[in-house]
Design a binder for this molecule. Structure first.
Ligand SMILES: Cc1cc2nc3c(=O)[nH]c(=O)nc-3n(C[C@H](O)[C@H](O)[C@H](O)COP(=O)(O)O)c2cc1C
Length: 340
């Protein structure tokens, strides 16, 4: 039923400001979930389990970080069919993010540009929200980042704070060091800085594992805007540092394919169809270095089952959706699961 309702809802939502439409849809999802209506309208996908890093994902399709920044819509998103939901990015302190407007549609290109800037309620409130999820049976990933005011030299302490707090509540943790909307964050992708971050989180994970008896795997999330040398250097760091898995990719700074669009020059990260091919190539390059030692979750411009399967061929073990889900709705989740 949702596949019939979604195109109508989308045509109304696309007439209002993008961020307002986002909040309205999330509130609608939560309300219909609470009333039991969402479950009645959505069909649950057949299980197609995927094992990764000791976790059993009920199906290969997850929600990418940034849609449920507050971690308060997990149950409804699970009802729509996502096998995993990655919440956040959550930072140590709450922060407002950049000034509005900060989210732009480019419908002619099936794309979005955002410069949200990690608007989020902070790790403590985010985790309280995670704890109040009651019905979701899938995998919860908690995506962590640093506050804007924290200088890069102290970034690892922000990641350590959020990592330690998230550990008891997460099935996996993602350290996001590739958002283009926190000034300087992507500098942490240099091989030296990435090595230091990975080492700090690995030590913390070892400590928390022996203290709690529970091993929570963690991922780093990379940008698509990396050249061959950076990919090869980072792969060595990831493999030697024992990274559990990789999420590729975040949004791109490249604007070549959307030149001339009225929103093309908005500052921020571009997502959606213009990212389909570049992110698949980056996944393929990382996979050629990492093989099965560091599995990859693929994200970036997945709009069709073919896009998802191309990411699998390139080496992704699972996929995540954001912009394709906004444009195509929940039917896309089901189509990919069926085709996988
Ligand atoms: C509005 C918006 C906000 C986002 N916020 C985050 C975020 O907070 N943390 C993060 O790791 N990725 C964030 N992302 C990136 C997505 O998780 C995803 O990696 C990227 O958009 C590529 O996938 P897509 O083309 O399917 O959207 C955001 C993307 C969008 C469009």
């Amino acid at each position: 039923m949702l596949n019939i309702l979604y195109p109508a809802a989308r045509s109304i939502l696309f007439r209002i400001d993008a961020e307002k439409a986002h909040h309205l849809s999330m509130a609608g999802l939560r309300a219909t979930e609470k009333l039991g209506l969402l479950g009645a309208m959505a069909s649950s996908p057949k299980p197609k389990p995927v094992n990764l890093c000791g976790l059993t994902f009920p199906n290969p399709v997850g929600l990418a970080a940034g849609l449920d920044k507050e971690a308060n819509t997990i149950d409804a998103l699970g009802t729509l069919g996502f096998g995993h939901v990655e919440v956040g990015t959550l930072t140590p302190q709450p922060q407002d993010g950049n000034d509005s407007p900060r989210l732009f549609r480019l419908p002619e290109h099936q794309a979005l540009i955002n410069r949200m800037g990690f608007n989020n309620p902070g790790i403590d409130q985010g985790l309280a929200n995670v704890r109040s999820s009651t019905s979701f049976k899938g995998i919860i990933g908690i995506n962590i980042g640093k506050n804007k005011v924290t200088p890069n030299e102290e970034a690892n302490s922000d990641y350590a704070i959020t990592f330690e707090k998230a550990y008891p509540w997460a099935d996996y943790i993602t350290a996001n060091f590739s958002s283009p909307n926190t000034p300087g964050l992507r500098d942490l992708q240099s091989k030296e800085a990435a090595g230091r971050l990975l080492e700090a989180l690995k030590n913390l994970q070892t400590k928390l594992h022996s203290k709690t008896g529970r091993y929570v795997p963690f991922a780093l999330k990379v940008a698509p805007d990396l050249d061959e040398t950076q990919i090869s250097d980072l792969s060595r760091v990831f493999r030697n540092g024992g990274l559990d898995f990789l999420i590729a990719t975040n949004t791109t700074l490249d604007r070549d394919t959307v030149k001339g669009h009225k929103n093309a020059n908005e500052t921020g990260g571009l997502s959606g169809a213009p990212l389909t091919q570049p992110s698949t190539e980056v996944i393929g390059q990382f996979h050629s270095h990492l093989g099965n030692d560091v599995p990859i979750i693929g994200a970036g411009g997945i709009f069709t089952t073919e896009d998802a399967l191309a990411k699998r061929v390139a080496g992704a073990k699972l996929v995540q959706l954001y912009t394709g889900f906004v444009y195509r709705g929940p039917q896309l989740i089901h189509d990919i699961i069926q085709a996988w």
